[in-house]
Design a protein around this ligand. Sequence first.
Ligand SMILES: *Cc1c(COP(=O)(O)O)cnc(C)c1O
Length: 431
Amino acid sequence: MKQINAVESNVRSYCRSYPIMFEKAQGAFLLDKTGKKYLDFLCGAGSLNYGHNNPVLKKEILDYLNKDGIVHSLDLATTSKEEFLTSFVNRILAPRHLNYKVQFTGPTGTNAVEAALKIARKITNRTKIISFTNGFHGVTLGSLAATGNSHHRGGAGISLNDVTFMPYDEYMGKKTNTIDYIRRVLEDNSSGVDLPAAVILETVQGEGGINIASSKWLQSLQELCHEFGILLIVDDIQVGCGRTGTFFSFENAGIEPDMIIMSKSLSGFGLPFSILLLKPEYDQWKPGEHNGTFRGNNLAFVTAKTAIDHFWTTQEFEAEIILKSHILRDRLIKISRETLSPEIEVRGKGLVYGIDCILSDLATAIRQKCFENGMILETCGSDDQVVKLLPPLTISENELQLGLDILEKSIRQVMQESDFQKQLEEEIIQK
Ligand SMILES: *Cc1c(COP(=O)(O)O)cnc(C)c1O
């Protein structure tokens, strides 16, 4: 750690929460230098849905390199790109009756978000974008303008313009339908809210606290967008690729976004890889208008294709996720009731879940204790008050139960060793 602590920029963050040196990883586990195993419920913030070094994907990469397959190609035509597209169209889009063009952007999620915002503005000739409270879309300037978190926004150094923030589903409590408010301001010529080019949202807010948009809310939002000629962009970077139980997070809501952004687990192997899906009529780019050197991460094409072929040709994988989701949900509710309070909210879908601890110090203490007990997980939410669980989708039932055992034991220890119980009760009474 000597060089990392001395030389790596202050901007480093995760390594501060888990200050040990990791060396290897396999499946649901990270290993430190001494071989000590840590169960990984952080999963590269959703980039490792199929676990670390998934053997099926690893084999394909090794074979591909051994035969001198192309690694870098700008956006030249390569066989690995052609094969990825074939699998993506035949196994993901066609069975879902979806028709999109695929844009390979720069390899980060935020670059694909930038592309979506750019093309939406170009298509509509409007500048404003509607984003939502607690939304997270990346930290380059266009994406950052659509990100709610003040800590990240504070790093911009210039004003972040042309985004109007609207209340997400249940932002005003369960009784207020926030779509009514958005409709009202769009209908009113004097509301001060300009007609936007697009609405961008996550169906489950991963960084913002595991807030979930209901199917009904998503459908009303789509209806509103159609009525006003606003493009609907779903940022599926974190909760796509099966995280919520279906390949796309919005499938059960039955909506059909104008654009979909995918990254994180798309390569399946933790390799950088992002795409923007556009309805064909919105593919109004001129050649090279949004470009980038690393748009052809061929190793990612290979693993992404393999992941699709391996996990997404039958319904089996989805059924497995749902089964594990029930286990996770039932046990989290039980744990939070017994160790924290019945008032504590457990939110989630598929295999992305959060325990809203109300107190950010409590969430941090739980994360820390889990780490001491051999498990890595993250906190999220406006005050980092939510303990977030993001196990690999491929995790075995035993490993999932092991993670929940560690979580339960850690919360019990935290509650015994501190006076959070009293603070929590006070907070709950105030609510
Ligand atoms: C991680 C994330 C991004 C940004 O992706 P980067 O690869 O970090 O640029 C954007 N949107 C969502 C929902 C994310 O989770």
